[in-house]
Design a protein around this ligand. Structure first.
Ligand code: SF4
Ligand code: SF4
Length: 125
């Protein structure tokens, strides 16, 4: 049987996000790089320092959105992502993360909540 990571590698171009917001609601932190901070602050019409103070926390040498691990991303609203055009790299690159090409367990986990991913990897289900 072909490994799901192999199927994902081959069919990755077929992925199309359905914008259901489930990945945003999953437990975890959303990390921001320097470009993300600039872009999101500008999108929100805030000074960078005010944005950092109000919406982020340090996490070791990284920066993340404020919010509890168990509650998912604080930028998720009932209508979807509040900053979608300026969303962080972590979000823009999902599900094409290194671990999803490398580890079946990681990809399986993402497939539990991402229907678009399930559809390209296991279309028969
Ligand atoms: S769970 Fe999948 S389909 Fe839904 S928003 Fe995330 S990437 Fe898109
Ligand atoms: S920033 Fe937007 S796209 Fe990224 S996890 Fe939060 S709500 Fe989802």
């Amino acid at each position: 049987m072909t490994a799901i990571t192999e199927i994902f590698r081959k069919k990755q171009n077929e992925f199309s996000c359905g914008r259901c917001g489930k990945c945003c609601a999953m437990e975890g932190y959303v990390f921001l790089n320097r470009d993300d901070v600039e872009a999101i602050a500008a999108y929100m019409g805030m000074e960078k320092t005010s944005f950092l103070k109000k919406h982020t926390l340090r996490y070791g040498d990284r920066i993340r959105f404020r919010g509890e691990y168990a509650r998912g991303c604080p930028m998720l609203e009932s209508s979807g992502c509040a900053i979608y055009p300026a969303r962080p790299r972590q979000c823009r690159t999902f599900p094409f993360w290194y671990e999803n090409f490398r580890y079946e367990s990681s990809l399986e986990h993402c497939m539990e909540y991402c229907g678009s991913l399930r559809r390209i990897i296991r279309p028969q289900r």
